[in-house]
Design a protein around this ligand. Structure first.
Ligand SMILES: [Mg+2]
Length: 380
């Protein structure tokens, strides 16, 4: 190809989820296309992409950092950190994918090179429905997960005794050879738990061998997180709702987390995520990506975490068709409970457009997040 410039010619948005996740396919004049995705409110993200498009068409997809930084700069006053940043994540991810395909290299090589060929994956599910909890844990163990995360309600919504009954049930189902992680979901609106409530639960969870406690406080409580991280006998993880490296800085400076959980489809894409990872690494904070998103997110997480010495896991959202059903070759857990780093050029996955369109036509909604159907936030 020599010094001939590649140009982005167009893109297509696939709003696969009725609510929150969309896919973006960027096309070039070389016939090469690449995939991005973002996790946001669908209408706002589509609006943001509509506004951004004029600044992307005609650009060289190999100049990932310059093009992405241009988008950050021109939207600095346009709701940075929100849907605009989520939308930039989709563009950035697609640029990495296109660049890898044009250069015929996997993204992990473009990021500097893998330290490992596989990364452990933890299977992520919600506590509810409680009636099937034990059975679902058992199925995940059988499919090869060595680590399982259970999230959100009813954990942390009632008494410590009730939370203890839940974790006892989960530990019985998982046995002692599976690592258990608990996600309280403190980014839930009107979150009530405070530092001492969280500390009480962290101490209780220690007795059940839980590896980390996630989002036990409201996201903005930096001081609470700093004290909790210092006092908790188990690791404290959070950060899935933070975007941009500037939002992580004060938490890192205060050592207000043991484990940072940025979401690559929200924070600004892989370019921003690796800068967050580098900052975390220098402060002795582990980075474990938030992965309740899509196959594009999982692939990007695998490439990035393969380049980090401090990252222990990627998250794998079990039962999510956006992760499990859209790629031509499904992700495969090996006998050690690890996922292989895709070795094909770019992100190394092929999204099946027909399946994507079919999912969209089905009116698919990532149901646990369908807050418009929930009544508990209403005041009357
Ligand atoms: Mg979470």
């Amino acid at each position: 190809m020599g010094n001939e410039k590649v140009k982005i010619t167009d893109w297509t948005i696939y709003p696969a989820d009725r609510n929150f996740h969309l896919f973006l396919e960027i096309r070039t004049d070389q016939g090469v296309s690449g995939w991005g995705a973002c996790y946001s409110e669908k209408g706002q993200a589509i609006g943001a992409l509509h506004w951004l498009k004029r600044f992307v068409i005609g650009e060289n997809p190999l100049e990932i950092e310059r093009v992405t930084e241009k988008l950050h700069q021109i939207t600095f006053w346009l709701g940075r950190g929100g849907a605009m940043t989520h939308a930039i994540s989709a563009v950035n991810l697609a640029l990495w994918d296109v660049a890898g395909k044009i250069l015929q290299q996997p993204v992990s090589v473009l990021l500097g090179g893998s330290l490992r060929q596989t990364v452990p994956a933890y299977g992520s599910i919600l506590f509810v429905p409680l009636e099937t909890l034990a059975e679902r844990i058992q199925r995940m163990k059988e499919s090869g997960f060595r680590a399982i995360k259970l999230g959100w309600e009813p954990f942390g919504r009632e008494s410590v005794a009730q939370d203890e009954a839940l974790i006892r049930k989960a530990r019985e189902a998982a046995g002692n050879d599976t690592r258990l992680l608990i996600d309280m979901g403190g980014s839930y609106p009107f979150w009530k738990l405070r530092l001492k409530d969280a500390l009480e639960r962290a101490r209780m969870l220690k007795d059940y061998g839980v590896y980390w406690l996630e989002e036990p406080l409201a996201p903005d409580d930096i001081e609470g997180y700093a004290r909790l991280t210092e006092q908790s006998p188990i690791k404290i993880a959070h950060g899935e709702v933070l975007t941009r490296r500037q939002s992580f800085s004060p938490y890192f400076d205060r050592r207000a987390m043991d484990i940072a959980q940025p979401d690559v489809s929200k924070v600004g894409g892989l370019s921003e995520m690796r800068r967050i990872a580098w900052m975390a690494e220098e402060r002795g904070i582990e980075l474990v990506p938030h992965g309740w998103n899509t196959a594009v997110g999982v692939a990007a997480d695998l490439h990035l975490t393969s380049t980090l010495s401090s990252s222990s896991f990627v998250e794998f959202n079990v039962g999510n068709p956006l992760v499990e059903s859209l790629t031509s070759t499904p992700f495969h857990l090996n006998t050690e409970g690890c996922l292989e780093i895709p070795d094909k050029p770019g992100l190394g996955i092929e999204i099946d457009r027909e399946r994507l369109k079919a999912l969209e036509a089905s009116g698919f909604a990532s149901t646990s997040w369908t807050w418009d159907e929930r009544k508990e936030f209403e005041t009357s």
